[in-house]
Design a protein around this ligand. Structure first.
Ligand SMILES: NC(=O)c1ccc[n+]([C@@H]2O[C@H](COP(=O)([O-])OP(=O)(O)OC[C@H]3O[C@@H](n4cnc5c(N)ncnc54)[C@H](OP(=O)(O)O)[C@@H]3O)[C@@H](O)[C@H]2O)c1
Length: 353
């Protein structure tokens, strides 16, 4: 491997973040990747994958121990659990297992940890906005803090540095992941059309009007590689979003026009409850439109949609710090949604028209 070539072990390689990182690295001459997850990729990529259960330390040693030339570790794995407290142990263990094997066998230079809005308590209720990286922590448990403290504590005696990035509602395509707003909206629109009801915002009135933000997974992928190669990012935390804020009340009618659907006023319902019985409707859509045959429970996780659409307070962070440190990538969020939905339709994941 040439001295200038960087090689990233992408932990969580089939997730919404990891897949975007691998897709990005696949286009670059000076980066290589190895994907790590229990499943293999379900898309075409030159990047090799290693199938490992990160919760199993012996499995990590056996499988990751053979990666001798990694310079970077991108940590984007996630294990959902029922309570905030229960999230801590498995999510910390997976990070420890990955770092402690890779740093031993490879010339590791940088670890990029993916955090998110929960670092500001976005899951708890209103918080100071726009949130800055220097804002005080909320009351734990918070697995992001345990992961960050682990990296801070370990870095002293190590040859590598770390950076943490905080996206919100990472928007890209992945299958079987618990947090994917893009698929919630895309599948919900297709179901409304099939059932013959207008495309209504299904959340609370306050959520329709509040300021919100999202992160295009392609921007997050570029920020991850930037953090690995910009020395000033060592030991720093950055909010990474599209760079703008929006209100669903302005975006929803535009999405309705894109999907060619009738728009109507919001009507609140629990997606988790009301969409639970609609697997057969999805199967019908897949068959009639010749879509790729993803199972209903793999392509969308309605609970995440409920969490976002019930959130009646401004959920926005400041991206000034990242810009000051040199990362200026941005995208208009309305354009992002339309671009990504267009791509999902062309890839026969969502129905077109
Ligand atoms: N998605 C969002 O909207 C969002 C927004 C803000 C912050 N974040 C944060 O970003 C981070 C990454 O989230 P994400 O949404 O990109 O994740 P994701 O789509 O849920 O993907 C999780 C990845 O972790 C892998 N994984 C889970 N358990 C594993 C295990 N035991 N062994 C090996 N691999 C395992 C999964 O693959 P297998 O299942 O095949 O193992 C998958 O590749 C998380 O900390 C999340 O909180 C996400």
């Amino acid at each position: 491997m040439s001295a200038d070539l960087r090689k990233a072990v992408v932990i969580g390689g089939v997730g919404v973040t990891g897949r975007a990182v691998i897709d990005h690295i696949d286009t670059l001459a000076d980066w290589e990747a190895v994907g790590v997850s229990r499943r293999g990729p379900d898309w075409s990529t030159p990047t090799p994958f290693v199938s490992v259960d990160l919760l199993d330390r012996a499995d990590c040693r056996a499988k990751l121990g053979a990666i001798s030339d990694a310079t970077d570790l991108v940590y984007a794995a996630y294990q959902p659990r029922a309570t905030w407290a229960e999230l801590v142990e498995p999510n910390l263990a997976m990070l420890c297992n990955a770092v402690e094997v890779i740093e031993r066998v490879s010339p590791l230079r940088h670890v990029c940890l993916i955090q998110g809005g929960k670092a500001y308590g976005a899951h708890l209720g209103p918080f100071r906005t726009p949130a800055r990286e220097s804002d005080p922590r909320h009351m734990p448990p918070e697995f992001y803090y345990d992961q960050e403290d682990y990296l801070r504590g370990r870095e002293g005696g190590a040859d590598w540095t770390w950076t943490a990035l905080r996206p919100e509602a990472t928007s890209g395509f992945a299958v079987g992941n618990p947090m994917n707003l893009l698929m919630v909206i895309g599948v919900y629109a297709a179901m409304c059309r099939e059932i013959g009801v207008p495309f209504r915002f299904p959340g609370k009135p306050g959520a329709y009007r509040a300021l919100y933000q999202v992160t295009d997974a392609r921007i997050l992928a570029r920020a991850i590689l930037w953090s690995a190669t910009e020395p000033r990012c060592a030991g720093e935390v950055f909010n990474i979003t599209n760079g703008d804020y929006f209100r669903w009340q302005n975006l929803w009618p535009r999405l309705a026009r894109f999907f060619g659907m009738e728009y109507d006023e919001p009507q609140m319902l629990s997606l988790a409850e009301f969409m639970a019985d609609k697997g057969p409707v999805w199967d019908r859509i897949v068959e009639r439109h010749g879509l790729r045959p993803y199972a209903y429970d793999q392509i969308v996780a309605w609970e995440f949609g409920d969490a976002v659409f019930e959130s009646e307070f401004d959920n926005i962070t400041s991206t000034i710090k990242a810009r000051r440190f040199g990362f200026g990538d941005c995208i208009d969020t309305e354009d992002m949604f339309l671009e990504l939905f267009d791509e999902l339709q062309r890839s026969r994941i969502l129905p077109a028209g």
